[in-house]
Design a protein around this ligand. Structure first.
Ligand code: KDG
Ligand code: MG
Length: 403
């Protein structure tokens, strides 16, 4: 059995910040886990280095479930994004080690492939409807079968999900939080027009998605869902903040547009009521923020009982380590739905060499033993941490709103 002798926390910023845990065993086997919590990175780095790493030394790396329970129950303070991201990093690293020792890719340890690959959705965005539709056509030409559409809102200087001209979209854009202005009324007018134009240009076979990013009230979200029905969206995501879970029942009463939620969830307890009440169609919790492969597998198993499928978060703040772990799980589980793909910058990919590959609208985790991803620590050291925050959002009268 591989005994853990060392665990290092690597903080690096190749294009954006990432926190990575590298676990080392007495037989030389190593495993990596993503511990990146966008805008609050150093809290997780400290949680790991100061509180978790000392508890790992000397443990049998094969006892993944026991170590998970030890870190979860043993902390006394349960759940929360910092705790669950830290536990997730350990969990991913241990699955990586188990796969390497077994000589098998992690998806084989999870039951083997249930499909040929994981369908992904790409991001098409632009300042105008025409620009966004052009971006969607480019994605289709690259083989994407599912495309998320976000466009600028006339009268608002900037909009969630829309890149500045000539730049890749990256939400953590300031050394202090930048501020954007929001108008629900303007937004609700433009999105159905965007979907009408996109469906017209792309035809019936492409899946079209949209992220509301927590900005509507339940009844406003119900209106949007109903307005989009003629264009058959694959989903609308985070239509309303999920603290008020009964709000999703209200949306459900009014529209058949599928609902995705959960990128900010960190526990099965955040998702349980929404899944059991059949208020949602896709669960977006991720390996990195929801306790690793061990815990996300549990969430997916609960969701499967209610025909809820996975749609894991995959923005650029989830490192290639998290992407690899998500793909191994996604390939294996029966109720995989779709995987978000926001490609990392080349400088990020160089720091995290990985075996997963894109082809024909899908990602496959590859067949390297373990997760098939690593961190080049020497290269990582050349990209020091840069403080970066997510933006905040205000209504036109200055009221602070959900971003
Ligand atoms: O860190 C926050 C981002 O990951 C988030 O804003 C991206 O909503 C997002 C998405 O769906 O990718
Ligand atoms: Mg989102």
């Amino acid at each position: 059995m591989p005994i853990i002798t060392e665990a290092r926390v690597v903080v690096t910023s190749p294009g954006r910040n990432f926190v990575t845990l590298k676990v080392v065993c007495d037989d030389g086997t190593t495993g990596v886990g993503d511990a990146t919590l966008n805008g609050r990175e150093l809290a997780v780095a400290s949680y790991l280095a100061d509180h978790i790493v000392p508890c790992l030394i000397g443990r049998d790396a094969h006892r993944i479930e026991d170590i998970w329970q030890y870190l979860y129950k043993g902390a006394y303070w349960r759940r929360g994004p910092v705790t669950m991201t830290a536990i997730a990093a350990v969990d991913m690293a241990l699955w990586d080690i188990k796969g390497k020792v077994a000589g098998l890719p992690v998806y084989q340890l999870l039951g083997g492939a249930s499909r040929d690959g994981c369908m992904v959705y790409g991001h098409a965005n632009g300042a105008t409807i025409a620009d966004t539709v052009d971006a969607a056509l480019r994605h289709r030409a690259e083989g994407y079968r599912a495309i998320r559409l976000q466009c600028g809102v006339p009268g608002l200087a900037s909009t969630y999900g829309v890149a500045r001209p000539g730049e890749a979209y990256e939400p953590a854009d300031g050394t202090l939080p930048t501020e954007s202005v929001w108008s629900t009324e303007r937004y609700l007018r433009i999105v159905p027009e965007l979907f009408a134009a996109a469906r017209e240009a792309l035809g019936p076979d492409i899946h079209l998605l949209h992220d509301v990013h927590h900005r509507l009230t339940p009844i406003e979200a119900a209106r949007l869902g109903r307005d989009l029905e003629p264009y058959r969206p694959f989903w609308i995501e985070d239509p309303t903040p999920a603290e008020n879970q009964d709000g999703f029942r209200l949306i459900r009463q009014h529209t058949t547009t599928p609902i995705a939620v959960g990128e900010v969830f960190n526990s099965i307890w955040d998702a349980k009521a929404l899944i059991e009440s059949q208020s949602i169609d896709y669960i977006r919790a991720t390996v990195v923020h929801a306790g690793g492969i061990t815990h996300l597998r549990r969430i997916a198993a609960l969701a499967d009982l209610y025909q809820v499928r996975t749609g894991c978060h995959g923005a650029t703040d989830l490192s290639p380590v998290a992407m690899a772990a998500a793909l191994h799980l996604g390939l294996a589980i029966p109720n995989f739905g779709i995987q978000e793909l926001m490609p990392h910058l080349p400088v990020t990919q160089a720091v995290f060499p990985h075996a997963y590959r894109y082809a024909d609208g899908s990602l496959h985790p590859g067949d390297a033993p373990g997760l098939g991803v690593d961190i080049d620590e020497a290269l990582a050291a050349t990209h020091p941490y840069v403080r970066a925050y997510l933006p905040v959002n205000r209504l036109e009268d200055g009221t602070l709103w959900s971003w």
